[in-house]
Design a protein around this ligand. Sequence first.
Ligand SMILES: [Fe+2]
Length: 230
Amino acid sequence: MKRSEINTIMREADAFLRAMHFHLPPWAYWSLNDWVAHRAQAQEVMRRRLGWDITDFGQGHFKTLGLFLFTLRNGTLEALRAGRGMCYCEKVLICEPGQMIPLHYHWTKTEDIINRGGADLLVQVYNAGPENTLAESEVRLLSDGIWRTVPAGGIIRLRPGESVTLEPYCWHRFWAEDGRTLVGEVSLVNDDQNDNCFYEPVGRFPAVEEDEPPLYLLVNDYEHFGLLER
Ligand SMILES: [Fe+2]
């Protein structure tokens, strides 16, 4: 993705979040110089990969296959192994009309996908079969704490305020029906480097072509700009 395209998506997403009365933490609006100035105190923000995450899944067609995410909080794998402390993650997502995400599941993470407002959100689910196939079995899952059963490949409609719980090894993809949707994600600790199984071979993060300076930094930029201490 060109940096200019990422900057435009950031501006539009920020306007939509504000219109939906959803507010981001102060470091969301730091410039690269601000990050350099706050480098020492912001190590934990960067280490937990909090912040802007805009992806075309490496395919170059953000408007049809892409997702806007912002990670608000994220625990650590150390806490997860210890079974105490911050074992959770929260993100806000924006789904655009006509935009799909790739079918995927997680080996470890259970996530609640929540329609926080806007258009209806449609969620398609399958159980994972052997060797990452799509099982033909029906899928049983919780939706706002109520058990639901849908056929393989069934589509669950989430109206504003509704949510679904996606357990590990449950294939899923979701899209906004005919308008923009503000989506919440509440989950176990998020590990995007190691916990995404995609049905089609795609990447999790975009390759960035630097055609103008970044408006705000993406989560991958912390390392790219040498801000993250080892
Ligand atoms: Fe997921």
